[in-house]
Design a protein around this ligand. Structure first.
Ligand code: HEC
Length: 176
């Protein structure tokens, strides 16, 4: 009888210990997982800095699929571009992105963002002028697809805007 009682308490304490262990593990995972705002941690890279994350909401009234594009563009911009560019007019390393879609054609922006040095080397006048204006500071190239660059442009074109800027010339956003 005593033997059985001992066995029972042993089993109960083992169970209690495992439950405590599980709770501790869950709390730990919760504490170390990056949190929103703005989908911090969604981009799977340890270099991603949540502290600088700008969390603009998509303009009101756009479709769900365009909201997805906006959010995708925001993440890509924050991760790849925000250390050198703001969404406004202020210059960090490169020019602010405000009004970029009025300043430049999308057909110029996509290859420039993918590989600006290639365009400079090819002698594209606008790219060379810009490079000289910004003291020949190099903008690195990016392995971004046309769709991803489009999403970035949709984000910087509409971020904080009340009037939605639709970009007809963009390739249709691929949403899956
Ligand atoms: C290391 C800094 C750096 C990063 C990162 C960077 N850029 Fe640039 N960007 C520049 C500089 C500097 C220029 C000015 C042109 C030059 O010097 O080549 C520029 C120019 C541009 C221009 C042309 C602006 C205009 O007024 O015509 C666009 C558009 C642009 N960048 C978009 C982006 C996007 C989008 C990303 C992210 C995918 C990005 N850049 C990442 C430094 C950077």
């Amino acid at each position: 009888m005593i033997y059985l009682f001992l066995k029972l308490t042993q089993a109960v304490s083992l169970l209690a210990l495992s439950v405590i262990g599980l709770i501790v593990a869950l709390v730990f995972i919760q504490a170390t997982t990056p949190k929103e705002p703005g989908g911090c941690g969604v981009i799977d890279t340890p270099k991603f800095v949540c502290g600088n994350y700008m969390n603009y909401l998509p303009p009101k009234g756009i479709s769900d699929s365009l909201k997805t594009v906006f959010t995708q563009g925001k993440k890509l911009f924050n991760y790849n571009c925000s250390q050198c560019h703001t969404e406004f007019t202020d210059v960090i390393v490169g020019p602010g992105m405000k009004g970029i879609l009025e300043r430049r054609k999308v057909s110029w922006l996509i290859p420039f963002i993918q590989d600006s040095q290639k365009m400079i080397a090819a002698g594209d006048t606008a790219a060379v002028n810009l490079f000289n204006k910004y003291n020949q500071a190099q903008m690195q190239s990016f392995q971004l697809t046309e769709q991803e660059v489009s999403a970035i442009l949709f984000y910087v074109g509409n971020m904080g805007s009340h009037e939605i800027v639709y970009i007809d010339s963009l390739p249709p956003p691929k949403i899956d």
